[in-house]
Ligand binder design. Sequence first.
Ligand SMILES: Nc1ncnc2c1ncn2[C@@H]1O[C@H](COP(=O)(O)OP(=O)(O)OP(=O)(O)O)[C@@H](O)[C@H]1O
Length: 610
Amino acid sequence: MQETGSISIHTENIFPIIKKFLYSDHEIFLRELVSNAVDATQKLKSLAQLGEYQGEAGELKVTVSVDKEKRTITISDRGIGMTAEEIKKYINQIAFSGATEFVEKYKDKDASAKDQIIGQFGLGFYSAFMVAKEVEIFSKSYKAGSEAARWICDGSTEFTLETTDKPERGTDVVLHVAEDSDEFLETPRLRGILDKYCKFLPIPIEFDGEVINQTQPLWTKQPADLKDEDYVQFYQTLYPFSEPPLFWIHLNVDYPFNLTGILYFPKVKDELQLQRNKIQLYSRQVFITDEVKDVVPEFLMLLHGVLDSPDIPLNVSRSFLQADANVRKINQYVTKKVADKLAEIFRKDRAGYEQKWSDIGLFVKYGMLSDEKFYDRAKDFALLQNVDGKFSTINEYRELVQANQQDKNGQTVLLYTTDPEAQHAYVVAAQDRGYDVLKLDGPLDAHFIGQLEQKLEKTTFKRVDSETISKLIEKDETTESVLSDEEKTKLQELFAQAISNPAMQVQVEALSPQDAPVIITLPEFMRRMKDMQRVGGGGGMAMFGSLPDSYTVSVNANSAVAQRVLKLEGDAAAKLAKQAFDLALLAQGMLKGEALTQFVKRSAELLAAE
Ligand SMILES: Nc1ncnc2c1ncn2[C@@H]1O[C@H](COP(=O)(O)OP(=O)(O)OP(=O)(O)O)[C@@H](O)[C@H]1O
């Protein structure tokens, strides 16, 4: 028998479209053909299980081979095969999906049978023409008494179909590689593609004399059967040379969508690593992509691992993916699972959780900032750390400081430092008053503070160096000034003149005699406005141009230095005022360059003075 014919396709000239546009990555032809071979093999297994195939199954593996001389790549399987009629039906009618029909036919019989069939994705078989100028199929059906068939097609809509000799059941797809696709005749290149897409396929794939895949990757197993080492080892298979992960979540859901996978919380050393190790997306163990954008929420993209779902539409545009109901559900499910896991570790092993906080804190805060639902969950296990290293949850912390750090208006003031070293003097001043100081030095903390202030009632955050200590948390009691109003004015003028800098607003304040003689602060609101301006936010604020620097210089009226300056005259008074001011700059880490040189010189003079 020989027959030539014309393939009926729904869209004219679909081949050039496939070749040029549909897959920018030509290499996926191999994924498609190997998946088909695996599919056919799975089907045979199912039929055997259902008792519909009673012959010898034989060694069920898929073999990929390359012949550089003949310029061919062959994908062979021992699956169900196809009769000539089936080739016409399944191969010639592109849009017709044999897999769909198979599922339809068998769905009432056995749930696991249909589960094992790789779902519909892409244009499958025809992607072969992205690299081949001619494709041959040799196939023999599992059905008793079937004759083997040979089909050949050069990528046009014309094909030839004839009977042939093929002793064994199954299918060989032979690609006659086109001149522009020479790269695919190289063994290392093919090996690379197989490693990328086929590493976890459920049927052994042999290439170059070796089985290249793990047929039962960890995520397909039951969590109860697995040990910690298994997860760590699998992580290292996915990302060789990475540090072991902090912990992981084994996902397993089959309703209302199908999703399995393992998400790892990485121990990230640097940003570079974050970019490199991405979550891999699979569809029934076939690697699809590591661009999981839209499938998992953005903040979870910091995680590593694998997700496997036949319900994620593939090879479709991004906007479609975003609108897809399954994708949205998966997104929510993954977020919930991550929150559950964190809550569980927090509950069961608080000490261990605190230890990991430096690694997971950034990610939890990112989640809280970007996802309201996650915030609601995470507010109970997000931690605040004070400068002494002690951790508290948000609520615990508020309770801890409420009595002592409430101002006269009933606001609870939470004090923080962004740099315990540089702001040391201010931290100590606050601690001396019995206040607690948080360390909020992370890249997201400015936003996190803003969010907490919005969410928590009667709570404000103030950086320790934003006011002098008595104003930081304003209480009813006031410290009396030992100076008269006249003396205060004189002192103010003296300092203003000595400093002579419009960015420095000098004021005289009655602080405790033990406090520093001069304290420089940057008001909290001013710092925040400037921060917002720096990151480009702040809405219309850019209209006003760059905000000028504006510091407050508080001269402590009750300090011995202030009193001494008042007693001196002319240059001597100015010199002492300047020295006290420079000391304050020094404490703020603001004394630099020429000012620093002059300060050192002046200090030497003062030391030498009688
Ligand atoms: N190696 C094979 N053995 C048996 N049948 C095959 C083989 N390869 C392809 N087929 C048949 O041809 C049909 C069409 O294959 P094709 O890859 O184009 O689409 P599909 O596998 O149904 O869907 P997908 O787009 O997911 O690949 C398959 O459904 C299957 O019935």
